[in-house]
Design a protein around this ligand. Sequence first.
Ligand SMILES: Cc1ncc(COP(=O)(O)O)c(C=O)c1O
Ligand SMILES: [Zn+2]
Length: 393
Amino acid sequence: MTFVTHLECTRCARHYEAGQPHNLCQCGGPLYVRYDLAAARREFSRDAVAAGPKTMWRYSGVLPSQTPVSLGEGLTPMIHATRLGAKYATDSLYVKDEGLNPTGSFKARGLSCAISMVRELGVKKVAIPSAGNAASALAAYAAAAGIESHIFMPKDVPLANYAECVSFGAHVTLVDGLISDCGRIVAERGPKEGWFDVSTLKEPYRIEGKKTMGYEVAEQFGWTLPEAIFYPTGGGVGLIGMWKAFDEMETMGWLPKGGPRPKMIAVQSAGCAPIVRAFENGEAQSEFWQGAATMASGLRVPKPLGDFLILDYVRASGGTCISITDEEIRAAIDELGAAEGIFAAPEGAACVTAYRKLRDSGFLKAADKVVLFNTGSGLKYLDMLDIKMAKAR
Ligand SMILES: Cc1ncc(COP(=O)(O)O)c(C=O)c1O
Ligand SMILES: [Zn+2]
């Protein structure tokens, strides 16, 4: 059961037919999948969700594919972080642990959905520029679907990402540059090679997979939303997707029309913070961040394509943007680990420091129910963490 009607440009609102492969709009804007939500409201219910599979495909009525390529993605735990919360005098802190997804990150959601659609639309070869985790996820789902994948990553990606891609049989190229350089190569070579480009927001379906995080937050809180959501923002697709999910749930009557909505907090690394800078300068779009460098490799996105959407939604939500240094991130990994038994990716750990800072500043109160997104597992970053084993005795 799907209620997809068409695709719609996020910039100029031009419509495109569903059922065909699409990348960006003619105007360069990313496309959204649109649904007949009035029909979905009648025929797809929260009870149907509860009776569905224990994966993100339980929201199939508001997903585009009817033939999922699934490895068990989604429906990750919402952990009540009581011991971490106690440090900050709150009982209202939660961690959504996306590290439990296939390939150890939330990227599985987007790529499960994108590859399901790629297969349905008859595409045979895909290509992706990636900071690392999206590549691992793409390679896994492409392998599961029997689709050829071509991957371009910076040469200093975490070793785990490289190892997974190779093991999944992908064609891997390491690039002496950033994800933006990888994106340029895919854009140049793709048309000649017959590759379908699954870059962040350059095809409409990854966001549909990632929006399920928004549905899950609501479902796991008994169809209510928290006061704030901290989201480590590189390309920003998770944040954008969750906002889309909140819109859809309101239209279907699953959430009260007109809110309340969580404050969306975009967390970036001090070594690459184009969204924070644009937010602080009151700009509608970001500018390319020169010399991007951070251990949080997923946040090393110098100029996100969806910057205008991220900034729009953060502002509409009454949220904010904040950057965290690598030193703070490194300490936060151990803070979250020791308090909750969650070995977080650097990107997720950044949210812990961001939370502390926004409590210190008074932006958030102890009573505010808050979700921190740990977007990946720390196990994927062992080579980046500079861990020395104790000597044997
Ligand atoms: C672990 C992790 N967290 C966060 C991000 C940023 O994701 P998004 O593009 O949705 O902002 C990435 C992207 O690579 C990532 O791998
Ligand atoms: Zn357009």
